[in-house]
Design a protein around this ligand. Structure first.
Ligand code: FAD
Ligand code: NAD
Length: 468
């Protein structure tokens, strides 16, 4: 087996797989190293299982809002079985077959850098293999959950996103630490599947602090109605769990301790760079790998090291990691040919990545929030519209509640950001992404006529509210 390739990728998550695909399409040879499952965190412990768990909750919400439909109790075993099917029962045979068909070599083992253009792999059987890259090494090792250094927390072995998405049983009482995306999605999934006491502890003043404030407020309202308790301005100061897997007690800054059967820690993620041998190429060992817009590591001379996806810390989202990977694979192939490549750069990241939070209501946003746009120095006008007043939304269900905000750059008359919060809003987002990324002038957007009666008519209302 040849141990020299044009490109070596470490990490076969969505980002790693896409670099491989593009580099090989560009005429290069490639190998990819993966120590767990091809498909990455996303396929087995993140996006896919979380969305499989949330889908029935979302659908149940839709059914409840339409009179005449009968919603029986959710069959939790069936939901968990569908989740297991969605993640291929932790079997990556299909993904490995896809990699081999690229064609590229799949190496199962733990990879680490061993000086410039060299990757040392500890194989599953304990053996070692050293791979050499002619053109580039690409780091695509993703990220791992952060567990804050609260006394007793690590010893309590709490759930992280890894365990909650793999849950075999639903805890009766669940405490959730964090107010970000994982906390919100998983609190709702677990509650909907039977966690009768679900308590979300938020350090800040509200949920989804990085988004428009109304989004977190609407979600908190929906949580309160569903019986999910959200406590703001609080956090765990000490954790006790005398019996492994037993009852867990969270001591809070004030008030009585909170008791639960399980604790989910959802307090962010860090780049998976530990033990990756970054020190052998002069990089700090435990930090995201800083890259330029072609995904090339800025601090490595001769430009042979690249990093895509969560590990570069730019945007922790699958679709953005895959986009970076397409840029990166094309760049590596072009540089190998000696091409000029001004167009092959990450443009999308600069606009503000699109993101959907798959809760009920769905929270979707692209671009800048009003506050972020002002802070960036734009002359901004924000326009809001009550989505419940759109006929298409009203027809989706009784008592439909939703809100949209468009953030307009007053100097150029283009959109800087759009946020929708409402049931079924996820599919509205791509139109917003196109408008923001293509910088479509508002008086041109006016001629994009939304169909009646769809929720998309909110676009028309936003533009009318703006004054068009
Ligand atoms: C609960 C949850 C839900 C999410 N939902 C969404 C969502 O709905 N939409 C969305 O866009 N994003 C979502 N995300 C974020 C998304 O999962 C990540 O952005 C995405 O997985 C990043 O892809 P990646 O390829 O960079 O890394 P990963 O998917 O983490 O893959 C990295 C791979 O590298 C391997 N690896 C690491 N180190 C080594 C090594 N030294 N040697 C060999 N292999 C190694 C790992 O085993 C892994 O397979 C979610 C995250 C979480 C936690
Ligand atoms: N649907 C999606 O797109 C989706 C779903 C899940 C995760 N993700 C991605 O995964 C990444 C990780 O998600 P996440 O929710 O873990 O991170 P996050 O950064 O979204 O939220 C972290 C939360 O934890 C809080 N926090 C941080 N340290 C704390 C501490 N010591 N004590 C108490 N609270 C603390 C923060 O204030 C914040 O509320 C996100 O960047 C997100 O983009 C995306």
């Amino acid at each position: 087996m040849a141990d020299e390739f044009d490109v070596i990728v470490i990490g076969a998550g969505p980002a790693g797989e896409n670099v491989l695909d593009r580099a090989v399409r560009g005429g290069l040879t490639a190998a990819i190293v993966e120590d767990r499952l091809a498909g990455g965190e996303c396929s087995y412990w993140a996006c896919v299982p979380s969305k499989a768990l949330l889908r029935p909750i979302d659908l149940a919400g839709e059914v409840r809002r339409v009179p005449g439909l009968d919603l029986g109790p959710i069959d939790v075993d069936a939901v968990l079985a569908r989740r297991d099917e969605a993640i291929g029962n932790y079997d990556d045979t299909g993904q490995v077959r896809w990699i081999e068909g690229v064609p590229a070599e799949f190496v199962r083992g733990r990879g680490r850098l061993d000086g410039p253009k060299r990757v040392r792999v500890t194989l599953d059987d304990g053996g070692e293999r050293v791979l050499t890259a002619r053109q580039a090494v690409v780091l695509a090792t993703g990220s791992t959950p952060v567990v804050p250094p609260v006394p007793g927390m690590a010893e309590a072995a709490p759930w992280t996103s890894h365990e909650v998405t793999a849950a075999k049983e639903i805890p009766e009482r669940l405490a959730v630490l964090g107010g970000g995306v994982v906390a919100c999605e998983m609190a709702q999934a677990m509650h909907g599947l039977g966690a009768r006491q679900t308590t979300v502890l938020v350090r800040g003043g509200g949920l989804l602090g990085k988004m428009e404030p109304f989004a977190g407020e609407m979600l908190a309202e929906s949580f309160a109605e569903a019986g999910i308790e959200v406590r703001t301005h609080t956090q765990a100061v000490r954790v006790e769990r005398p019996e492994p897997g037993g009852k867990v007690t969270l001591h809070l800054p004030d008030g009585p301790p909170l008791e639960a059967d399980e604790l989910l820690v959802a307090t962010g993620r860090r780049a998976a760079t530990r033990g990756l041998g970054l020190g052998t190429v002069g990089l700090p060992d435990d930090a995201p790998v800083e890259v330029d817009d072609s995904m090339r590591a800025t601090a490595v001379s001769e430009g042979w090291l690249y990093a895509v996806g969560d590990v570069n810390g730019r945007v922790l989202l699958t679709h953005m990691g895959k986009y970076q990977a397409r840029v990166c694979g094309d760049v590596i192939a072009a540089r190998a040919r000696g091409d000029e490549l001004p167009a092959m750069r990450d443009l999308a990241g600069g606009y503000g990545a699109p993101q959907v939070v798959f809760t009920d209501p769905q929270i979707c946003a692209v671009g800048r929030t009003e506050e972020a746009a002002r802070k960036a120095g734009f002359r901004v006008r924000a326009v809001d519209y009550d989505m419940g007043a759109v006929t298409g939304a009203y027809l989706l269900g009784d008592g439909y509640r939703g809100r949209a905000r468009a953030v307009v750059d007053e100097d150029r008359k283009v959109l800087l950001g759009v946020t929708f919060a409402g049931p079924g809003a996820a599919e509205l987002l791509h139109a917003a992404t196109i408008a923001v990324t293509a910088e479509v002038p508002l008086d041109r957007l006016w001629h994009a006529v939304p169909s009646f009666p769809t929720v998309s008519e909110v676009w028309l209302r936003l533009l009318e509210t703006y004054g068009l």
